[in-house]
Design a protein around this ligand. Structure first.
Ligand SMILES: Nc1nc2c(ncn2[C@@H]2O[C@H](COP(=O)(O)OP(=O)(O)O)[C@@H](O)[C@H]2O)c(=O)[nH]1
Ligand SMILES: [Mg+2]
Length: 341
């Protein structure tokens, strides 16, 4: 099982692995001992593989101290040490989930109160909202966010199928009401996965569509609600405001919702992906990343940068355009794939 995930990652990370490998070969060839000069060159290799400045420094500091305290002097040990530290960063992010249940007591999520300028949220109290509040369990609500074209709608189709295969009752909500074609595209994925879609006309308030979708999910006894959202560029329009409002409306209808806010990142985008992570995380308290398009030309180092700098774990990876092309992320296989032959 682990082997097949490793095999998948190996294909996906080909470009990043080859880049690391040729860089390491170049700086390790003919080198007799480990010195500061070597660490400087290693830093350049990691940064050019999109690992990010902070993560690269952290990795190298740890490798350095292990080299010193264990008296390692063989440069041939370096790839193994790097692999172990990368795995540790990815593992640490998974342990440090920012999900509501893991948040330190007393600390409130940042999206919970509207900021000055954000409109008030009108949440009607209905039978469904009362039932949701009284019920103990209720559906798991997962919001999927990210900029246009990263793979949100595709990811929702894949996740819906996955959860259906696990025996869960799944609904999807078309809350990208900005583009007319968005709901049609989600409907196609909903049909493929065999799940129901709750939608609305384009131009509707996304928060009210989310509200209706959660009410329907509760009324129908659904286990999982996957919410598709708009991704028009966050620099031009108040997308974050809209998404924050959606979160508040969901939380008021069903305390604890949304249980997940997953950012879909396009694995081919490199450092720009890291700034997307920061923006979305600041506004929305992400609980995880889905790394889509991890297939061949991906810039896999971005995962390490996000894990270290923001503490956000990668939860799933998308490895192609069909409904089955999704895998659970596994730090160990990922790190191994980066350094395997
Ligand atoms: N190769 C590949 N393509 C993907 C993956 N996920 C999404 N795509 C493609 O990326 C494009 C945008 O996807 P879409 O789900 O519409 O993105 P959205 O705008 O974020 O909803 C489509 O052409 C998808 O087929 C993936 O994991 N691998
Ligand atoms: Mg979409």
């Amino acid at each position: 099982m682990v082997l097949s995930v490793l095999g998948k990652f190996k294909g996906s990370l080909r470009r990043t692995r080859e880049q690391l490998k040729s860089g390491l070969e170049r700086v390790l060839r003919g080198r007799a001992r480990i010195d500061d000069d070597l660490f400087e060159e290693l830093g350049e290799i990691l940064i050019s593989a999109d690992v990010g400045v902070a993560a690269s420094e952290r990795i190298l500091d740890r490798v350095k101290s292990r080299v010193r305290s264990n008296g390692v002097d063989d440069p041939g040990e370096i790839p193994r040490l790097l692999q172990e530290e990368i795995e540790e960063i990815l593992e640490a992010a998974s342990r440090r989930l920012t999900a509501p249940e893991k948040r330190p007591p007393g600390e409130r999520p940042r999206w919970e109160r509207p900021e000055a300028g954000e409109g008030a949220d009108e949440v009607p109290v209905t039978e469904a909202s009362m039932a949701a509040k009284e019920g103990t369990g209720g559906p798991r609500v997962m919001m999927v966010v990210g900029v246009n074209g990263t793979g949100k709608t595709t990811t929702i189709g894949k996740l819906a199928k996955r959860y259906v295969d696990e025996g869960q009752r799944v609904l999807v909500a078309a809350c990208d009401t900005y583009r007319a074609a968005a709901a049609e595209q989600l409907q196609i994925w909903a049909d493929r996965a065999g799940v129901e879609m709750v939608g609305s006309h384009s131009g509707a308030d996304p928060a009210s569509v989310a509200y209706d979708a959660l009410s329907s999910t509760v009324a129908r006894g659904g286990d999982v609600l996957l919410i598709d959202t708009a991704g028009r560029l966050h620099t031009r329009t108040p997308l974050m405001e809209e998404l924050r409002k959606m979160k508040r409306v969901l939380a008021r209808l069903h305390p604890g919702a949304p249980h997940d806010t997953l950012l879909v990142l396009d694995a081919t985008t490199g450092q720009n992906g890291l700034s997307q992570c920061r923006l979305f995380h600041e506004a929305l308290d992400l609980t995880g990343i889905v790394l889509a398009k991890l297939d061949g030309t991906a810039r896999g180092g971005i995962v390490i940068a996000a894990a270290e700098e923001l503490g956000i774990p990668v939860r799933y990876v998308g490895t192609g355009e069909t409904i089955a092309d999704i895998a659970e992320f596994d730090p160990r296989s990922f790190a191994a794939a980066l350094f395997s032959d």
